[in-house]
Design a protein around this ligand. Structure first.
Ligand code: GLA
Length: 386
């Protein structure tokens, strides 16, 4: 979308000119699922689809926010936002504004207009895109530029304490730090990251939306974190150097599995093997071996489905339909799970056939219409208009 469209929409809505427009992309995680909060590795790309936010200061201390997608305007006094009075989407704005103010940024009243191309509840990080775009605009309105890592931490803290989702740090990182044409290999412990070229060359990344709306706050996501912690506690008691599942090797897990609760073993096995798959996928990308990446995506899906149990019947069916098409190198659930999207790597010439098979073969989903998005690895967030 042309950022000028957002500037014009802001002017039409509020009858004045916006001072700043920011864009922050959603993301699709190629591999490395449920590893970020286990100090592990992730390999996401930024979507070509973004959330745009236009903003201008006000003379009072009122937050007035218009969602163009929902055609919904909300306002609240800056120091008096409460979640029982406002819809959930406002929590991302209120959280970022409050945490910016807490760190000393001069957050005065503001008008914001939000327009998002990122599907909500599809596991594509629409929330991180919104947080990051709002952070860029509000810091910009205060005449400040935050360091990227500070923005990541602030947005993640807003998600924890305002949206009440105990997310890891993958989504905000990639929304902010992605580079076009590359995947971001992030070590979630050291926070070291590397942009790895995505040699698509005759191939495409496809995102297929199952239409099943996921809701991370519903408790299963937090429960997975607790189950991982139980496994960590077991190994920590044996060796205090084990601080996260990142520190557990497949051999160590196999050795102790017979003495551990079977659920903790299954959860840990997913994380431990997913870290290995993620590093293997990065290595495969570096040598342009997309076939190998595709095989790793398939193995990741099986692990998410059987060991981590975050898939659902509709997503499994969608993955099966995709796997059945010649030219699909691999497909798997992406994002937090319990619905949402599937990411697939495929040969470009197979796209028509994939569309046809998904249209006729996929039966699930609340709105039962699976939407396929073909995406490039896009750039990270930016201020589009000063
Ligand atoms: C959600 C969270 C991320 C990550 C994924 C699962 O998207 O926001 O931090 O944990 O789930 O990989």
């Amino acid at each position: 979308m042309d950022p000028r469209t957002i500037r014009d929409a802001f002017a039409a809505r509020f009858g004045r000119v916006s001072e700043i427009v920011a864009r922050a992309p959603g993301r699709v995680n190629l591999i490395g699922e449920h590893t970020d909060y286990n100090d592990g590795f992730v390999l996401p790309i930024a979507l070509a689809q973004s959330t745009y936010v236009a903003g201008a200061r006000r003379d009072d201390s009122i937050a007035r926010v218009f969602s163009a997608n929902l055609d919904d305007e909300r306002r609240w006094p800056l120091d008096d936002w409460t979640d029982d009075r406002q819809p959930r989407w406002t929590s991302y704005v209120a959280g970022v504004a409050a945490l910016l103010a807490r760190r000393g940024t001069q957050v005065r009243g503001f008008d914001l207009l939000i327009h998002s191309e990122v599907p909500v509840g599809g596991g594509l990080s629409s929330s991180a895109a919104l947080e990051v775009a709002v952070a860029l605009v509000l810091a910009g309105l205060a005449g400040e530029r935050l360091a990227p890592v500070e923005t990541v931490d602030l947005c993640r803290a807003a998600e924890h304490s305002y949206a009440r989702v105990p997310c890891g740090l993958m989504d905000q990182y990639v929304s902010l730090l992605a580079r076009a044409g590359t995947a971001l290999l992030l070590d979630c412990r050291s926070r070291h990251y590397e942009h790895i070229a995505l040699p698509l060359d005759g191939h495409v990344v496809l995102v297929a939306n199952s239409g099943v709306h996921h809701e991370l706050a519903a408790g299963e996501y937090a429960r997975r974190q607790q189950q991982c912690q139980q496994a960590v506690a077991y190994f920590h008691a044996l060796d205090p150097r084990v601080r996260a599942l990142r520190d557990v090797t497949p051999e160590l897990l196999d050795e102790h599995a017979p003495r551990m609760p079977s659920l903790a073993v299954a959860r840990a096995r997913h994380v431990v093997t997913e870290n290995q798959r993620t590093l293997a996928a990065a290595t495969a990308l570096r040598r342009n071996d997309l076939e190998a990446v595709g095989r790793l995506l398939c193995a990741s899906h099986r692990s998410l489905r059987d060991d981590y149990e975050v898939s659902c019947a509709e997503v499994d069916q969608l993955v099966a339909v995709l796997h059945g098409v010649d030219g699909v190198l691999g497909a798997r659930l992406t994002g937090g799970g319990f619905g949402g999207c599937v990411v697939a790597l495929a040969r470009a010439e197979a796209v028509d056939q994939i569309e046809e098979e998904v249209r006729t073969g996929y039966k699930g989903g609340v709105d039962s219409q699976c939407r396929l998005i073909r995406t490039d690895a896009g750039p990270g967030a930016a201020i589009e208009f000063p």
